[in-house]
Design a protein around this ligand. Sequence first.
Ligand code: BDP
Length: 328
Amino acid sequence: MKFTSMTKMVGATVGVALLMGTSAMAKDIRGWNIHVEDYPVSHGMEAFVAEIAEKTGGDITGKVFHGGVLGSQPDAIEQLRLGALDFGVFSLGPMGQAVPEANVVSLPFIFKSVPQMYELMDGAAGEAIGAGMEAKGIKALGYYDAGARSFYNSIKPVNTPADVEGMKVRVMNNDLFVGMIESLGGNATPMAFAEVYQSIKTGVVDGAENNPPSYESTNHFEVAGFYSMSEHLIIPECLCMSLKTWESFTPEEQEIVAAAAKASTDLQRELWQAREAASMEKVVAGGVEVNTIADKGPFQAAMKPVYEQYLAANPEMADLVNLISSAD
Ligand code: BDP
């Protein structure tokens, strides 16, 4: 293309943008998602970009890359910090490796229930964790629901901590989870989400732990047919943006993005409830043996050292731990 025609084209684009009263350059943002397309997180993210495109009159458009095609979660968190990725939905589990405040929600049994988690994450705890993320280059826009995580394996139902003894359990990438499994006498293997199915199938690990929608959508239930409702971790997820991307927006655009995040969070939480029930139905229909654990006390007691180790290494987090664990 000749220089003159290019100049004209650029001139025309700027002209149109000025006429519309918007910024001169349209922005296209890329979003990372580990889940399949039909998943509450995925629908929440699609609604988020759709609303932004609509409200900015196409000034900011976005594309969500589902199924982890943009890389593993720990890598994606680093890319987000650098601004190589614009946004994504991240579990605060792996986020804890980069952001010490986020680790607080990875302490077993720290929340008493999912509704209590919402309340705290929409309030003081969410603010403190968000500030921690911001210091690491990540803007927290809202917290998604990820229910509670429970153990599943291919060998037997888990009813007591002793049942985990000697078991090879896959965990998310975070030292806290290694400590958690070790506190029960099991062998923890940190591993990328995408590798878990094959690893259970081939016996590299005996099982893992996750919420019902993830257990179901990954087909882990096909290879690990015992699901024991320990509900030991209630880890929220964050609809997060790279601080670099956030700061590239005008105040008006930031307002639109924040409102879209709020709407997407509300939608995701609603979809989550329905999917949790549907996933449980599907795994039971698929032959999974589900057992509830009436007394979770022995698990809580066995996992106590995880708190002690965490607080010894991060004494400055004591207030935040207290804030959550002493809440009603
Ligand atoms: C799912 C989370 C996802 C994690 C996954 C895991 O939504 O972010 O990567 O667990 O166990 O529940 O790796």
